[in-house]
Design a protein around this ligand. Structure first.
Ligand code: G3H
Ligand code: 13P
Ligand code: ZN
Length: 321
């Protein structure tokens, strides 16, 4: 099946009230695991590429690998730039045929964020590409400690519903990544684990009431950091801290029902891959064929992705809607 446009995947996901998994791709094994899992689950999928992935694997290799995945599978696949940090990088990806790009100006003041986002939107829309912007700032565990955590502080780093409306209107951006207590990596929460789901509801409602319809929201930092994977990693020589913690999958399910149409997962793939490689090498000390431990890694990632799309995101079975 040829590349499917992000626009089409979003429209169907909004209609079907499921979330799209946006999984980060850095090498062949990850890509095969994601695509095979989604194929078996009949799930549409977004493959996302970060700047770091392009530096690690090279843009050309990733493009060719994804072309191979697209030509050998029959599920809808869209290709997205994750955390584009400049107009130039976004333009490069748009010119390469990505179906969507993220411009992450979230660290900038509101006006600057609008400016760079609008510039990307103007270019993208002329070239059949859609854009994800971000408003609010994702930070780590310290986020909930300060006075900016929780509440509706305008100056805070959580996304403010009215600012979200203004941002979408002023930029014309097609989807919006929100900051509601989410963060990247394997150490997301100190103490009680929580996303501010009321804030997510308020953002969705404000966009709806502003006439922007069932506007697609994006949840970054959606890995759940499964305890069993952390245990395997540590059992076989890893040193992840006791405070490794992710977003409970039950919260992701609620976020999906409130209206997070795209859910970004990278850390869990890294954990699955690392756990399998560590276990495989430890249990087979005489083995030195990379296909053995990378094969085990691919199988573990595939199992994880099948679980996510089937049990958490509920996009399984929707590939041919
Ligand atoms: O949110 C960031 C993604 O996990 C990508 O990470 O920049 O290390 O490739 P990366
Ligand atoms: P995690 O670190 O929680 O997997 O988040 C990934 C992400 O947001 C990619 O943009
Ligand atoms: Zn992210």
């Amino acid at each position: 099946m040829p590349l499917t446009h992000t626009k089409e995947l979003f429209a169907k996901a909004l209609k079907g009230k499921y979330a799209l998994g946006a999984f980060n791709v850095n090498n062949m094994e990850l890509l095969q695991a994601i695509v095979e899992a989604c194929e078996e689950e009949k799930a549409p999928v977004m493959l996302q590429i970060s700047k770091g992935a392009r530096q690690y694997a090279s843009a050309v290799y990733l493009k060719k690998l994804i072309e191979a995945a697209i030509s050998t599978s029959n599920i809808p696949i869209a290709v997205h730039l994750d955390h584009g940090d400049s107009f130039d990088l976004c333009k490069e990806c748009i010119d390469e045929g990505f179906t969507s790009v993220m411009i992450d100006g979230s660290h900038e003041p509101f006006d600057k964020n609008v400016e760079v986002c609008k510039r990307v939107v103007d270019y993208a829309h002329k070239h059949n590409c859609v854009v994800e912007g971000e408003l609010g700032m994702l930070v780590g565990a310290q986020h909930d400690d300060g006075e900016e955590g929780g509440g509706y502080s305008k100056g805070g780093v959580y996304t403010h519903p009215e600012e979200a409306v203004a941002f979408v209107r002023q930029t014309g951006v097609d989807s919006l990544a929100v900051a509601i207590g989410n963060s990247h990596g394997a150490y997301k929460f100190k103490g009680e684990q929580r996303l501010d789901l009321d804030r997510l509801r308020a953002i969705k409602k404000a966009l709806m009431e502003a006439g922007l319809g069932d506007y697609p929201l994006v949840l970054h930092g959606a890995s759940s950091v499964p305890k069993d994977l952390v245990q395997v990693i540590n059992k076989y020589g890893g040193k992840l801290g006791d405070d490794a913690a992710g977003v409970p999958e039950a919260d992701i399910e609620i976020a999906r029902r409130i209206g997070c149409t795209k859910v970004n997962i990278d850390t869990d793939l890294r954990l699955a891959m690392t756990a399998a490689i560590r276990q495989s090498l430890a249990e087979n000390p005489k083995e030195f064929d990379p296909r053995k431990y990378l094969g085990a890694a691919r199988a573990r990632v595939k199992e994880l992705v099948r679980h996510k799309v089937h049990d958490v995101l509920c996009c399984a079975g929707h590939a041919f809607d």
